[in-house]
Design a protein around this ligand. Structure first.
Ligand code: HEC
Length: 123
């Protein structure tokens, strides 16, 4: 929980960190764990999971044409730094019944790097 708050604080309070090349490189490596199921760029199709282009900062479940689980749609989640961090740590704990079959990233540093990369890759 403390690690989560620190990560969220770092991500929001330190723009320089989000642009750190080493952090982004680590995030890009970690994104390979997501890219079997997700595209990130505009115009790409939904795969097993929705295309994540422009999903950050928005309410969950907003990608047209993707069949979300009822659990995700009912969750009323908004994808902030903090909610993404919790989701990527253990998706099934944040939204029980989600159909995102991903166990989670246990290390706070990994999640911070991946979220920094996602912000660039999906904007
Ligand atoms: C095995 C396939 C799979 C993997 C691997 C996976 N996801 Fe997902 N993801 C999904 C599915 C399916 C959903 C839709 C979940 C639902 O409807 O309950 C989803 C939903 C999401 C959402 C919510 C999108 C929205 O429109 O609200 C985010 C954000 C997300 N995934 C990020 C990630 C990231 C980042 C990774 C890599 C660490 C990842 N996912 C790995 C399948 C996957």
């Amino acid at each position: 929980m403390i690690a989560r708050l620190v990560v969220a604080a770092l991500l929001t309070a330190t723009p320089a960190l989000a642009a750190d090349p080493a952090l982004l490189k680590r995030g890009a490596m970690l994104s390979m764990r997501c890219s079997t199921c997700h595209e990130f760029a505009a115009g790409k199709p939904n795969k097993v999971g929705p295309n994540l282009h422009r999903t950050l900062g928005k309410p969950a479940g907003g990608v047209a044409g993707f069949a979300y689980s009822p659990a995700l749609l009912a969750s009323k989640t908004v994808w902030t730094d903090a909610s993404l961090d919790a989701w990527l740590e253990r998706p099934t704990a944040v939204i029980p019944g989600t159909k995102m079959a991903f166990v989670g990233l246990p290390r706070a540093e990994d999640r911070a790097a991946l979220i920094a990369w996602l912000k660039q890759a999906t904007k």
